[in-house]
Ligand binder design. Structure first.
Ligand code: SAH
Length: 240
């Protein structure tokens, strides 16, 4: 057989190989994308539970929640059911209702700066970004921070910035914030976070050891107005 033939075969082989890979990737993307019915059902349930803000409902109908759950822990029922699900390292992604409730309460407007403590999977941050906010999110566990960065980049949420570090310190370089959302429960109000809230800003956090309540705090005229809300159950905010 002549040299030219083998040369042609060798040159063309990678094309077939690549095409195979590209096709497999495409299939994977289609499968990943293939859960709109589950997402719609989840959003309908949120409506039934009393979430009214159209911006929140629309954001949650767009964010592909299953893509924020590590692949080995991912399944249809868990990703879109109204319950928390494990994301590894003993942590969970909050149940959709709590994500919707807290997002509705802090009412982030397009262009506002929001600080999140406890990035976890990155899902809550994605929902805030989908509402138009610029999100700064802090996660203590480096592996989770890295997983969230990857998931957020894959899903093209460019307005979320993830810092590996201790949320008790906040993120002074980017303060003050229009809103702060804490998704792990400190025993006492973290002072640095209150200090990093803008005048007119609002913060929502689960507060307490054992028994926890959501607390909503507003800074108005230099004063702090604090209001107790729902009883909840979040993982503790760890003091490193
Ligand atoms: N918002 C997340 C869920 C967070 S679970 C989501 O949408 O998936 C709570 C997270 O808070 C965990 O990932 C935990 O590691 C993190 N955490 C606990 N203590 C912390 C601290 N001091 N600073 C930053 N993150 C903390």
């Amino acid at each position: 057989m002549n040299k030219g033939f083998w040369f042609a075969v060798i040159m063309v082989m990678p094309l077939f190989y690549d095409n195979g890979q590209a096709a497999a990737l495409k299939m994977q993307k289609i499968n990943d994308n293939d859960w709109p019915a589950e997402r719609e059902a989840m959003v309908r349930t949120l409506g039934v539970y009393g979430i009214k803000d159209e911006r929140v409902l629309s954001a949650m109908s767009k964010v592909r929640r299953h893509m924020f759950i590590p692949e080995v822990l991912r399944n249809r029922y868990d990703a879109y059911g109204d319950h928390p699900c494990p994301i590894g390292h003993g942590q969970t992604i909050s149940q959709p209702y709590i994500v919707a409730y807290m997002t509705e309460k802090i009412n982030a407007q397009p262009g506002e700066k929001v600080l999140e403590i406890g990035t976890g999977s990155g899902y809550q941050a994605a929902v805030l970004a989908e509402c138009g906010a610029e999100v700064y999110s802090i996660e203590l566990i480096p592996e989770l921070a890295q997983h969230a960065r990857t998931a957020l980049a894959n899903e093209e949420y460019k307005k979320v910035h993830v810092l590996t570090g201790d949320g008790y310190k906040g993120w002074p370089e980017h303060s003050p914030f229009d809103a702060i959302i804490v998704t792990c429960a400190p025993e006492d109000m973290p002072r640095a976070l209150v200090d990093q809230l803008k005048e007119g800003g609002r913060m929502i956090l689960p507060l307490g050891a054992g028994f926890q309540r959501l607390v909503i705090l507003r800074k108005k005229g230099g004063k702090i107005i604090q209001e107790d809300d729902l009883p909840v159950r979040f993982v503790p905010m760890v003091k490193p």
